[in-house]
Design a protein around this ligand. Structure first.
Ligand code: ADP
Ligand code: ZN
Ligand code: MG
Length: 600
């Protein structure tokens, strides 16, 4: 019962827009405020101003007793003899006015003359009023254009002083992949050597792999090893609101690369621009332009120009075939999720700068984390350090790490959440259902922990011992996986004769598994070993008229059968189900050992 979705990309775009919007509003309010302030002042000033003619008149009548002037300013403050308030006056020319004043003083008029040094502050308001709106508009435009990519784009980790410090040693596991890439490092270091030999060095290398498997890391490591600049940009940054800008960004990126060569250009999420060109909708056309520009750039530089383009994606099947042609990304390297040894190495690297207690056995953590990526493992150790700090431990202890693993997989334990007895019972049966069902499924791994303490968004959870690393999963195994996933829902139905929303994630996962079985792994007898995934509608039609219906039927049958089997198993072992659910209600948690005891 857990779910987490990745929405960070949309969020970034949204944040940008919000930022522009908020800034605009703030600025408009500011300008309006200033204008109002200025108008008010102006009105007041007008009441309080002496016209030049009046000033001359008053002066010649001997009615002025004090003049205050600022150097370089033609605005004066004058005090008339019979008037309480000082008034301001503007004079056309300081010199001729001063002559007049001197003459009056010489005639015996007593005029106090005060000269004030030029004050910057007094200048500011009028300056601001006249220039601020323009300046603000300008700033806004620059900002928007910068965001749109007309300005400087593409992060350069080097330029002059900063090169990426990442080395191959910082990348754990991936030994074979590193070996393949060493050649590129050599080329970046000594291009002449290769050119002399007549060797063709790949221009582009595509890195395939799940998020967090270390694609960016290894790309940086190549730059770090070769000691060349690393220019990076994400494919999603090329997708623009204004047509044509994506392409111009690509051009800019490569302009920069040519200046900095030898260097590495890294394009993350290349599927965002390089997805298959299919339809002709607006966004697609824009994408095509960006993609075409990228192809032009890659075809453009000669093999002597030492620019290596690395790109990363986790959706290789989406890529336009044109990208993979010779002279472009003709080399492809799969970055796998780490195996047991890889995970151990990653844990070792990331625990180097952390205080890990003696009793912590990194091997056993590596064993428990099959399927985890490097990023997730790094995250676990970081979370463990935070948990250890909160618990005021001297070092990071074993249970800190175990807690971190659970936090990363299921979410944070929420003991404080108040749960009704009814919900508790439902959760207890739901989780007991998962646990009991999987106990009787030969291919499913042992239960490690069952709990009805809420964690993250899940009301409870059943943790299994992790699979040892497997390359292939059999059909039987996938079918039993479906049964285990639906065990929760089956228990609810059987015991409470009602079902809840608590199984939504189980159902989501089960549906995905069943669909993959039919459309990806060719495990349906009726449809045969055909890959139906990612096919265009016209391609699907090649398989027959109502192929979509048939796929749907097959998926449904798999799910129905699994649900049926889960209920059968639970009916058969109802005593165990009840006992475990009751124990959960009392103790909230059952560990591996105690769980096994129910079945002795
Ligand atoms: P990707 O680009 O494939 O999504 P990243 O390279 O951004 O993944 O990896 C994120 C982080 O995960 C890295 O900065 C590093 O801390 C950690 N990591 C991932 N793979 C490895 C690895 N093989 N060795 C060491 N650390 C890794
Ligand atoms: Zn469940
Ligand atoms: Mg990355």
């Amino acid at each position: 019962m857990n779910s987490n979705k990745d929405k960070s990309k949309d969020k970034k775009e949204e944040e940008k827009l919000w930022l522009i919007l908020i800034l605009s509003v703030v600025l408009i309010v500011l300008i309006a405020g200033l204008l109002i302030f200025y108008m008010n002042n102006k009105e007041k000033e007008e009441e309080n101003t002496l016209s030049y003619t009046d000033l001359i008149k008053e002066l010649s009548y001997g009615n002025i007793e004090k003049i205050e002037m600022t150097v370089g300013s033609t605005t004066l403050k004058v005090k008339q003899k019979d008037v309480e308030e000082e008034k301001s006056a503007i004079i056309p020319n300081t010199e001729s006015f001063m002559e007049l004043v001197q003459q009056k003083v010489a005639e015996g008029n007593e005029i106090e003359l005060i000269q004030k040094p030029k004050s910057l502050l007094s200048q500011i308001p009028s300056f601001i009023i006249s220039f601020l709106p323009t300046a603000i508009m300008l700033a806004l435009f620059i900002m928007i254009f910068k965001m749109q990519g007309l300005g400087e784009k593409g992060k350069v980790y080097d330029d002059t002083e900063r090169k990426t410090k990442v080395k191959f040693d910082d990348v754990a596991g991936l030994d074979e992949e590193k070996e393949e890439l060493v050649e590129i490092v050599e080329f970046l270091k000594k291009p002449e050597k290769f050119v002399k030999m007549g060797a063709k060095i790949p221009k582009g290398v595509l890195l395939y792999g799940k998020p967090g498997t270390g694609k960016t890391l290894i790309a940086k490591a190549i730059a770090g090893e070769a000691d060349v600049p690393f220019i990076s940009m994400s494919g999603s940054e090329f997708i623009e609101m204004f047509a044509g800008l994506g392409a111009s960004r690509v051009r800019k990126l490569f302009e920069k690369a040519r200046k900095l060569a030898p260097c590495i250009v890294f394009i993350d999420e290349i599927d965002a621009i390089g997805s298959r060109r299919t339809s002709n909708s607006g966004a697609e056309t824009e994408n095509n332009q960006t993609l075409n520009q990228l192809l032009v750039e890659m075809d453009g530089f000669s093999s002597e120009e030492t620019i290596i383009v690395l790109a990363a994606t986790n959706r290789p099947e989406m890529l336009d075939k044109a990208l993979l042609r010779p002279g472009r990304f003709d080399r492809q390297i799969t970055i796998p999720t780490p195996d047991l040894n890889g995970r151990l190495d990653i844990l070792k690297i990331h625990s180097k700068d952390k205080r890990i207690a003696e009793d912590v056995n990194l091997e056993s953590i590596a064993e428990d984390t099959a399927g985890f990526t490097g990023a997730e493992l790094a995250n676990i150790l970081n979370e463990a350090a935070i948990i250890a700090t909160k618990r005021k431990h001297e070092d990071i202890e074993r249970d800190d790490i175990e807690e971190a693993v659970k936090k990363v997989t299921v979410g944070l334990e929420k003991r404080a959440r108040v749960i009704s007895e009814k919900d508790k019972k439902l959760t207890a049966y739901h989780e007991a259902g998962h646990a009991v069902v999987s106990k009787y499924l030969p291919t499913q791994t042992d239960v490690k922990e069952v709990s009805i303490i809420p964690r993250g968004v899940a009301g409870g959870y059943t943790m299994y011992k992790s699979d040892e690393d497997k390359y292939y999963i059999s059909k039987t195994e996938m079918k039993e996986k479906l049964v285990a996933l639906l065990g929760g829902r089956a228990a609810e139905k059987l015991v409470l004769d009602d079902i809840s929303t608590g199984a939504s994630n189980d159902i989501e996962v089960a549906t995905q598994v069943a669909r993959d079985m039919v459309t990806k792994y060719g495990m349906s007898d009726k449809l045969g070993p055909i890959d139906f995934q990612g096919k265009e509608p016209y391609e699907m039609q090649l398989f027959g008229e109502n192929i979509g219906d048939k796929i749907g039927q097959e998926v449904k049958e798999l799910i129905d059968n699994a649900y049926e089997e889960a209920q059968e198993l639970l009916k058969e072992h109802r005593d165990k189900l009840d006992k475990i659910a009751e124990t959960l209600l009392q103790k909230e948690k059952i560990n591996e050992e105690d769980f096994k005891k129910f079945f002795e």
